[in-house]
Design a protein around this ligand. Structure first.
Ligand SMILES: NC(=O)c1ccc[n+]([C@@H]2O[C@H](COP(=O)([O-])OP(=O)(O)OC[C@H]3O[C@@H](n4cnc5c(N)ncnc54)[C@H](O)[C@@H]3O)[C@@H](O)[C@H]2O)c1
Length: 341
């Protein structure tokens, strides 16, 4: 059994604790949060044993003999904590995004090269494991669909209470951005993941429509050019009235596939797949966390690359940086500019 620790016992942590508790491959041996009371109460709610609870992540990683650590921290701490854990010989499972910028992502990527033969670094893009997404990707590959369009639409709701609950979420320094890095990152990731296309260039805008008191944007649009003539349209906002289900659409010469309300439809509106539901998490997180976490553990045990790794998260972090840069300059941004910056 893998010995697992969790750092950061905030909003997203219950699904991590639940997944560890239910995993046949792992057991929770330590948790860490600067707010110890919160950490203890989160563990109690999930009915997991209160393991040693640390306030300092370095102390936890120094004292405990962990196989895996889950990082569920504010964005600006991800790379720093991942590096410390890697240097201690621990495998890292990090919540999305990799960090606040592509520069910090690339820095972690370079650091990781010295550890990648011994340790795994997983990134939490759990929606890649939704049944609808798996089916859509499989259909595109199996039918050799000639894809020419992909659309990602995110209409969510986040008011000031969301930022007051955790002020880091509203700052550029600690979150990196708003809707594009915190909510719609999954949809951006899926647009490239299901089509299997790398991005080439994009033009984007970011704006604040609703929550003007915070630094980060609540709305963003992008026109993304992928390889092989695939065009992507991305529209995301936190200024809707509800957190609606996302829409992901892929257009090919033969078909139109749409994921909406957690179901995958074809052009004839036949339902081709439906996502599982998980009672252990918020419905808009999807039910993928548990699958992704177990896949990560299995990859460690069997020493395979069959998990969502840092390399496969790089493209999405580049796209996020390109949206930020394009919105600042009002210009198209090419992939080479981001990579060579
Ligand atoms: N995959 C998903 O669908 C999903 C959903 C929600 C959040 N997230 C991600 O999870 C991460 C955490 O988000 P959240 O909303 O749970 O944040 P949060 O603010 O609710 O929780 C963060 C926790 O980290 C603790 N913390 C802060 N600094 C610390 C430090 N130095 N050492 C130890 N603990 C520290 C805080 O006390 C808090 O309990 C973010 O990366 C976010 O993007 C992912």
């Amino acid at each position: 059994m893998l010995k697992v620790g969790v750092i950061g016992l905030g909003t997203v942590s219950p699904i991590h604790l639940f997944s560890i508790n239910n995993s046949p491959y792992a057991r929770l041996v330590a948790v860490c949060d600067i707010d110890k009371e919160k950490a203890i109460s989160k563990c109690q709610k999930i009915k997991c044993e209160i393991t040693p609870c640390y306030e300092d992540y370095k102390e936890m990683l120094d004292k405990e003999d962990l196989d895996v650590v889950h990082i569920c921290l504010p964005h600006y701490l991800h790379a720093e904590v991942a590096k410390y854990a890697l240097a201690k010989g621990v495998n890292v499972f990090c919540e999305k995004p990799v960090d606040v910028s592509y520069e910090k992502t690339k820095d972690l990527y370079d650091f990781y090269q010295a550890y990648k033969d011994r340790q795994k670094l997983g990134i939490c893009f759990q929606n890649r494991y939704n049944k609808t997404v798996v089916k859509l990707k499989e259909l595109i590959e199996k039918n050799k669909e000639e894809v020419f369009g992909v659309k990602g639409l995110v209409t969510w709701y986040r008011n000031m209470d969301y930022y007051k609950q955790a002020p880091w979420r509203g700052t550029l320094k600690e979150a990196g951005a708003g809707v594009i890095i915190n909510q719609a990152i999954h949809t951006l990731d899926l647009m490239a993941f299901v089509t299997g296309k790398d991005w080439k260039s994009l033009t984007a805008t970011m704006t604040k429509l609703m929550n003007k008191e915070v630094e980060v944007e609540d709305t963003a649009n992008a026109f993304i050019e992928y390889e092989d003539g695939v065009n992507g349209l991305f529209i995301a906002t936190n200024a809707y009235s509800i957190t609606d289900s996302i829409e992901l659409q892929v257009i090919s010469q033969k078909e139109k596939y749409t994921i909406k309300d957690n179901r995958l439809y074809n052009k004839a509106l036949e339902c081709l797949a439906e996502d599982d539901k998980s009672d252990a998490t918020k419905d808009y997180y999807g039910a993928g966390h548990e699958k992704l976490i177990n896949k990560f553990y299995k990859a460690i045990i069997d020493d395979t690359d069959d998990y969502c790794d840092l390399a496969s998260a790089m493209e999405t972090m580049q796209i996020i940086q390109a949206i930020i840069n394009s919105s600042k300059t009002n210009k198209e941004v090419k992939k080479e500019e981001i990579i060579n910056d």
